[in-house]
Design a protein around this ligand. Structure first.
Ligand code: PNS
Length: 159
């Protein structure tokens, strides 16, 4: 089975990496699909986000990293994916995720959305929080791998 794990990944965190690891153990192929955001303001370019994820997932034979534009469901069909995977952290994620999965299901019933409940260690973690903490010079080493930490600090001009 082919799974797509889509997201903004601006930047990737330990929470995302946990989901990728769990998917890699369950699916034949995992495509980590980085949204090439046209409207959303992002700190890292699409190329930067893709290359950071590629670096961190190079040890997996069945994980591929790509970017996509437009509707996720069109990309999922193009890639012949069976499943879209999303991580669920707190109840606050539920409404948006539910809406997105029902919309995608209506457009293409063959592609299922599967939710993986985030590990409790990461249930509070988000890329936005990590960026906010970094912007005030706070400690982020528990949230992202060191290579990502360096890149975030460089963006925010921290040492
Ligand atoms: O990491 P994010 O920002 O929560 O990921 C959201 C993402 C990229 C999965 C979602 O915004 C998406 O699929 N965007 C592509 C456009 C699309 O298909 N929109 C309709 C979703 S209902």
């Amino acid at each position: 089975m082919i799974a797509i794990y889509p997201g903004s990944f601006d930047p990737i965190t330990y929470g995302h990496l946990d989901i990728i690891n769990r998917c890699a153990n369950k699916f034949t192929k995992v495509i980590v699909a980085v949204l090439n955001n046209q409207n959303k303001s992002v700190v890292f370019s699409t190329e930067e986000r893709v290359s950071m994820i590629k670096e961190l997932t190079s040890g997996y034979d069945n994980v591929q990293v790509d970017n996509f534009e437009g509707l996720l469901i069109d990309y999922a069909k193009k890639m012949k994916a069976d499943v879209i995977v999303r991580g669920l952290r707190a109840v606050s994620d539920y409404e948006y995720e539910m809406q997105m999965s029902l919309y995608n299901k209506q457009l293409c019933p063959e592609v299922e959305t599967m939710f993986l409940v985030s590990d409790t260690k990461y249930s509070y973690l988000s890329s936005s929080i990590v960026k906010e903490i970094a912007s005030y010079g706070g400690e982020i080493s528990n949230f992202v791998p060191s290579t990502i930490e360096e890149r975030i600090k460089a963006k925010y001009g921290c040492k």
